[in-house]
Design a protein around this ligand. Structure first.
Ligand SMILES: O=C(CO)[C@H](O)[C@H](O)COP(=O)(O)O
Length: 239
């Protein structure tokens, strides 16, 4: 039986609440994007109201607006290039803490912010756990120029990397394509099984029209995952 939307929202809130304990005074924080990151932003806002001093870099315009409305002090990576901790959601998490991200279309900024952070912690409900990545379509951010040949190259490289599945341009409002904060497009690749994420990531990085992809490999140090049996912590073996 799948959990109701309200139950899943409760799990997301529980994971966000658990993550706030990692936030210490004076930290430089990356704030993630999505429906799990949003309650974490709320938690940070509540602590800031109580006097906690932190400075934050949002991973999207949506998170920037949310954090600004809560009076969370914001900065940019240009002014603050090194962050202590980023807390973000994920679309899928495997047992090596490899991730698929970008369901909300913010993968490029999310990857830049996570890479600038000493630690990246993912918060999620337990439906995001997966043995083999591929339950969620892999978002790939591409430039508009040459979209069709870029998609053909992605399809060919994915097949070489042992993936099977379809790719399609993500639709936004009406029939218009979804446009990222950087003005690019998102191609969703429904690969039911990504046998070797590192091989696919390497292949995708070689496609000229690809700006970034949603495979986050070796970036996540810890996952805080909530479900019917409470909150569980998963740590990367190297963390
Ligand atoms: O990568 C993301 C946005 O680009 C999100 O973190 C991911 O899509 C998970 O979203 P949600 O917490 O709403 O399920």
């Amino acid at each position: 039986m799948t959990d109701s939307a309200a139950t899943v929202a409760g799990y997301k809130a529980a994971a966000a609440k658990a993550a706030i304990d990692l936030v210490k005074p004076g930290m430089r924080l990356g704030l993630g994007t999505g429906t799990t990151a949003a309650p974490f932003v709320e938690e940070v806002g509540a602590r800031v109201r109580e006097g906690l001093e932190v400075i934050c870099v949002p991973t999207s315009e949506a998170t920037r607006a949310h954090a600004a409305a809560l009076n969370i002090p914001l900065t940019t990576l240009d002014d603050t290039p090194h962050l202590d901790l980023t807390v973000d959601g994920a679309d899928e998490i495997d047992d090596q803490l490899r991730l698929i991200k970008g369901g909300g279309g913010a993968l490029l900024r999310e990857k830049i912010v996570a890479t600038a952070s000493e630690r990246m912690v993912v918060i999620a409900d337990d439906s995001k756990l997966s043995k083999t990545l591929g339950s969620h379509p892999l978002p790939i951010e591409v430039v508009r120029f040459g979209l069709n040949p870029t998609m053909l190259l992605i399809q060919a490289l994915a097949a070489e990397a042992g993936c099977e599945g379809e790719i399609r341009l993500r639709r936004g409002e009406g029939d218009r394509p979804f446009v990222t904060d950087q003005g690019n497009l998102i191609v969703d690749c429904a690969f039911p099984r990504i046998a070797e994420p590192e091989v696919l990531a390497f292949a995708l990085a070689r496609v000229p029209g690809v700006v970034e992809h949603g495979l986050f490999l070796g970036l996540c140090d810890m996952a805080i995952v909530a479900g019917a049996n409470g909150v569980k912590i998963y740590r990367h073996p190297g963390a």
